[in-house]
Structure formats: C-alpha cells, structure tokens
Design a protein around this ligand. Structure first.
Ligand SMILES: [Fe+2]
Length: 285
C-alpha cells in the first residue's frame, strides 16, 4: 500500500485507548508513514503519545550536555534554533551535525538497537523548502531481481555516524567521539515482525559490508540507495503547521530538503522509540 496513511479522528493530546493505539500501529504496518494533521501539542503530550509505542530512544542528543540543549534530552531537536531559541549561526556545531539529515537515512541505525517509530511534530514549519521525503524500503526490496535478493539475504553492514558525517566532509573526531560512534552491525535485509514483509535496511550511516572490500561495498550500497530512492518509492511530505508525522524506521528511509535555514525559523521536534532488538550480532569488542 502506498505511503502515507492519514488519521484525522484521533486527538493526540488525550490519552489513547488501546483500540486507538492498535489502529495507529495497523496503519503504520500498512503504510510505513502516517500523517496526523492538526495536532497542536505540547512537549509533554508528545512524550505521552510516544510512550504508547515502546521504550524511548533517547540517544539523539547523547553527545551534548543537558546545558547545551534547547529541549529535554528525550527530544531530537530538529529545529534550526540554538539553545537560546535564535536561528543557529552558520558555523553552529548543532547545525553542522544536522546537515546529516539531508542524506537518506533511518534514525539511529548506528545503534545496536535501532529506532522503531519516529514521531515528528511540526511546531513551526517551512513551505519554501524543508520538505521531508520518505522512501518505502519494502517496495524497494520487492522490486529487486531474484539474484540480487539471494545475494543480499544474509549480508550485514556496519553503520556509524562517522561514515554519514564523513560523506559531508566531517573527518575530525576526538578519540572519545570515535569510541562513542564505533560502528554497529545491521542486517541489510530486515523482516518486519508483524507483517513478515522484507525490506532493505539502508542508511547514509553505512560504511561497509562485513567481509567485503570497502570500495566494492560502498559502490554496491550506492547502487541500492539509488534504486531505493527512485520517485516510484518516495513520498514527499509538504508540512502544514501542527502536522504530526510518524514513520517506521524499520521499513523506510527519510531525508529533509534544503531551506533558507539562516533566515527562516523551522521548529520541529522528534521523539523516537526503540526497535524490538538488534538486527545482527555485534562484533566482539
Ligand atoms: Fe532522521
């Protein structure tokens, strides 16, 4: 079924009934991306809503100290604002790191237990740029030929923020940052625990395929990325204020598009839940 699903008759500000949670999960399983328009929510309401869908993934800001953050640590601050709420300067560290969101990725694929749902609230949205695009990795998998499916079935990739940031030219990392961003292993083909559908687990965070020469791995990953992000598999979300957009990181990739972020405010707040477990055994330390 095509992305996205759309739910207009659930009020996210109130506690959800079990039936409402089940309805949202069913829509997520079917569409992988679900839009709930007109949800004018507070941070506390967003957190309460998110907790219906599993334990929180709190790692998004783990590199920063609490005092550096504009939002509580359980939020990924996807705004272009600094800690004081002003538009971040061109060389602001958070802004530089956020440029990685312009590359196709799956949230927290660089953690051994990657993300399940991401829930993004559009508090102040942009209409001239700043769209979020989603690629359906189930459709991308289904469209592969049989030989490729057989070849990739048991492949394992290494994911790290070092690799995705490296694509944008960030090469300087402190020794403790390198430890914190040590690569993790993820299967290239995932099977959804409810629907049983297979999908490609790709992200800009991939830096190699285990057992492959790195250049060959990266050339192949680039081919798969190109395949998976062709327009047939992509939904472009143009934001309206108070849209709440949810996506399943197990079955989609996403990226944000460029906008005039040195002059226009965009305040987006993401909460995230964890997947059911690791997708692959980790390398011995
Ligand atoms: Fe993301």
């Amino acid at each position: 079924m095509r992305m996205p699903g759309r739910i207009t008759d659930i009020d996210v500000r109130k506690p959800l009934t079990a039936a409402e949670v089940a309805r949202i999960e069913a829509a997520m399983d079917e569409h992988a991306v679900v839009v709930l328009p007109g949800q004018d929510i507070t941070d506390a309401q967003q957190l309460a809503f998110t907790r219906n869908f599993g334990p929180l993934e709190e790692g998004a800001n783990s590199g920063a100290r609490d005092s550096d953050l504009r939002l509580p640590v359980v939020f990924a601050d996807v705004s272009n604002l600094d800690r004081q709420g002003r538009i971040a300067a061109r060389d602001n560290k958070k802004r530089m790191a956020a440029l990685g969101n312009r590359l196709w990725h799956s949230d927290a694929s660089f953690r051994a237990v990657p993300a399940r749902y991401s829930i993004l609230s559009g508090r102040i949205v942009t209409t001239d740029g700043g769209n979020t695009e989603f690629a359906d990795m189930r459709a991308a998998y289904d469209a592969l030929d049989a030989a490729t499916k057989a070849e990739i079935e048991d492949l394992v990739c290494e994911h790290s923020l070092i690799y995705s940031r490296g694509q944008l030219g960030f090469t300087e990392f402190l020794p403790n940052e390198r430890v914190a961003m040590a690569p993790v292993r993820q299967r290239l083909v995932r099977t959804h625990p409810v629907t049983g559908r297979k999908s490609l687990f790709l992200a800009a965070h991939i830096g190699t395929i285990v057992g492959w020469p790195r250049p060959e791995a990266m050339a192949f990953i680039r081919d798969l990325m190109e395949h998976a992000t062709q327009p047939d598999f992509v939904y472009v979300h143009r934001w309206s204020q108070h849209d709440l957009v949810m996506w399943d990181n197990r079955t989609t990739m996403h990226r944000v598009r460029r906008f005039d972020d040195l002059n226009v405010v965009r305040d987006m707040r993401r909460t995230t839940t964890k997947s059911e477990g690791p997708t692959a055994e980790q390398a011995a330390a």
